[in-house]
Ligand binder design. Structure first.
Ligand code: ADP
Ligand code: MG
Length: 138
């Protein structure tokens, strides 16, 4: 069993597809063990994406991520990190495989609907960034 953090980004919430994203996760053997809506401050988005601080898209990305409510979730399952990444598809929807969330719904490389931790170390940082132990149920 492994845990990962996923986010339905502001564009996904606006498109009313929180349920569609969760359905794809659940259908693929993942269990939602933590779930909430939040409107991140710019500072909270900057802390979350601190690893990208020196990238040219950092300002725009953190502005986008704090532009409206997001759905934060902790998912649990066998190989959960890779499973979520596979279901998301490539960062740029133009390169995303057919049937992936980003291919089906994303408008751009920035507004790409969904986040998923990219490895065990990242998940170990990202899950407690948003959830305390009492907010995770499994
Ligand atoms: P992923 O979300 O697939 O792990 P990254 O960690 O590389 O992708 O980037 C984090 C987020 O930053 C992406 O999901 C996307 O929203 C945004 N992003 C990445 N690359 C670019 C880019 N070249 N231009 C604008 N936004 C980008
Ligand atoms: Mg990433």
């Amino acid at each position: 069993m492994e845990r990962t953090l996923s986010i339905v980004k502001p564009d996904g919430v606006k498109k009313n597809i929180i349920g569609e994203v969760i359905k794809r996760f659940e259908k693929n053997g993942l269990k939602v063990v933590g779930l909430k809506l939040a409107n991140l401050s710019k500072k909270e988005a900057e802390g979350f994406y601190a690893v990208h601080k020196s990238r040219p898209f950092f300002e725009s990305l953190t502005g986008f991520m704090s532009s409206g409510p997001v759905a934060l979730m902790v998912l649990s399952g066998d190989n959960a990190i890779k499973k979520v990444r596979d279901l998301m598809g490539a960062t740029d929807p133009k390169n995303a495989a057919p049937g992936t969330i980003r291919k089906d719904f994303a408008d751009s490389i920035e507004a790409n609907i969904v986040h998923g931790s990219d490895g065990p170390d990242t998940a170990a940082f990202e899950i407690p960034y948003f959830f305390n132990a009492l907010e995770i149920f499994e």
